[in-house]
Write a new protein. Structure first.
Length: 227
């Protein structure tokens, strides 16, 4: 089934009421172009969000987690390598190691929910470099998710987390800068997108201050670069 520009905008409008779950909408991961205007689906969605940026930002509420964000038992030990949870395994392999540009990985799968019914996921990775704490939205090398989904998910988590409590729970200075960043593989589809002309996506990333970092694997070691 083909989609037109108007049909993609209609999907945005129909689902925009709940900003905190907008990133979960299936059409955020649509690849390809419209049949009438030959535009990438994600470019139309990104343009829509840029036009409604204040509504989007203001529409995502903070959830204050009563329990600590620092989960007991997060030691980087992979107990079930055949679990199929590839991103979690990559995150665990990176735990407690230091990488260029992002710093030391201090946690993975950091919970955001306060109660079971909260609509919130888990932060893939937290990285600290001495002045900045980065909320890293990780995608595995063969992920088929769009870069737009990655941007929106990471930013939603940044808005959702109680930043003051997060810093306190990890014993970090109260004036630590917290940023939402993208952590994707150089061999992946998200990196390919960033090499293309995607002006609306890149404008949205600028508005949300969402910076990408790229991972490659060399001799069983992960390397992080900015391009």
């Amino acid at each position: 089934m083909g989609y037109t520009r108007d049909s993609i905008i209609a999907k945005c409008t129909e689902t925009f009421n709940d900003k905190k779950t907008f990133y979960k909408q299936s059409f955020i991961n649509y690849r390809g172009k419209t049949e009438d205007t030959d535009e990438y689906f994600t470019e139309i969605i990104a343009e829509f969000l840029c036009t409604h940026i204040t509504e989007f930002i203001d529409g995502i509420d903070t959830i204050t987690r009563e329990e600590t964000y620092k989960t007991k038992g997060h030691d980087g030990v992979i107990k079930d390598p055949d679990s199929g949870r590839d991103e979690e395994i990559i995150a665990m392999k990176m735990y407690d190691k230091t990488y260029d540009f992002v710093g030391k990985i201090i946690d993975y799968q950091t919970p955001l929910k306060n109660k079971r019914s909260d609509e919130a996921g888990k932060i893939d990775l937290l990285a600290h470099n001495g002045t900045t704490l980065r909320i890293l939205e990780l995608k595995k090398p063969d992920s088929d998710e769009t870069m737009l989904r990655c941007v929106l998910e990471g930013y939603t988590y940044w808005k959702t987390v109680d930043k003051s409590k997060l810093l306190s729970d990890f014993n970090l200075p109260a004036d630590t800068i917290i940023k939402a960043c993208l952590f994707v593989f150089k061999c992946g589809k998200q990196h390919d997108e960033m090499k293309e002309a995607r002006p609306h996506l890149k404008k949205l990333m600028t508005l949300l201050e969402s910076k990408p970092y790229y991972i490659s694997e060399e001799k069983d070691k992960y390397i992080v670069t900015e391009d």
